[in-house]
Design a protein around this ligand. Structure first.
Ligand code: ZN
Ligand code: FE
Ligand code: FE
Ligand code: ZN
Length: 271
């Protein structure tokens, strides 16, 4: 247990209405569990009314900022201030301005909606029953490509999210559809996240799959590690497994962000 773990760069707070705990609780859990660093990345407020039930109101954002600062004071140099920002057509009306309005260390970029369908929300599962699975993946990865082209985000979260409930594609199809998005990500200088939240979902897998990780490695795209914790007990969840997967794909380093700049760190050795 002396070997180190990577930083956790994807965590939520109670302010989004579907998670528990505040930044200080997440930080305490992270450092008690031996993580070197944590970034708090709650869901971005959306003043345009986008998915309002899953995020803090814009008026709550100052309290979020204060709560992250409180955790950072308790653990100097080890708590970063981030946000999980959604990409969807129309977000350009407020998002670039919003992201410039606060001194974020890290901005995660996530696609959770295809048109009006929150496809990863268990409440919207009925739409999957009628869906053409390849078409959903294709539309999703097109949105990821557009997101990368905007260059407003630092990291792509849960890259192969359409597999969440088990709607997988065969590996050749995933490769074909993922390539343009990954090319755009490489071009944008973004990193991609190994997100262990998928292990807690029906798919039972880390996002992204080993095949996609290999494509990420081939393109020289850096990686980060995220638990997508929605409770302090989930911080750093299965990071040993995630590090092993990264090694299997050929990675020897990962990055951490401060002031939206990535710095490389060696991948921790086996525990
Ligand atoms: Zn959430
Ligand atoms: Fe997300
Ligand atoms: Fe998240
Ligand atoms: Zn997420």
């Amino acid at each position: 247990m002396t070997a180190s773990l990577p930083a956790d760069t994807h965590t939520h707070t109670a302010l989004c209405h579907h998670a528990e705990g505040m930044p200080l609780d997440y930080a305490r859990a992270a450092f008690a569990g031996g993580l070197p660093e944590i970034c708090i990345t709650d869901h971005v407020p959306a003043p345009d009314g986008y998915d309002v039930n899953s995020r803090m109101a814009a008026s709550v954002f100052p309290a979020y900022r204060t709560a992250v600062a409180e955790a950072a004071r308790a653990f100097p140099g080890r708590v970063r201030f981030g946000i999980e920002a959604d990409y969807y057509p129309g977000c350009e009306r407020y998002l670039p301005e919003f992201l410039a309005s606060a001194p974020f260390d890290l901005v995660l970029g996530s696609v959770h909606f295809i048109e009006d369908w929150g496809f990863d929300n268990p409440a919207n599962m009925d739409r999957w029953e009628k869906a053409d699975i390849r078409a959903v993946w294709s539309q999703y990865l097109e949105l990821v490509r557009h997101m990368a082209e905007r260059k407003w985000f630092d990291v792509v979260s849960h890259f192969d999210l359409p597999k969440k409930f088990g709607h997988r594609l065969k590996e050749p199809d995933v490769r074909e559809l993922a390539a343009p998005a990954l090319d755009a990500i490489a071009e944008s200088g973004m990193a991609v996240e190994l997100n262990t939240g998928g292990l807690r979902k029906p798919v039972g897998e880390i996002y992204p799959s080993l095949a996609v990780l290999g494509m990420i490695r081939e393109r020289g795209i850096p990686i980060v590690f995220g638990s997508d914790a929605h409770a302090p007990s989930e911080v750093g969840h299965a990071f040993g497994e995630a590090v092993a997967l990264a090694r299997q794909a050929g990675f020897t380093s990962y990055v951490r962000f401060q002031n939206r700049i990535a710095s490389p760190f060696p991948l921790p050795t086996d525990r």
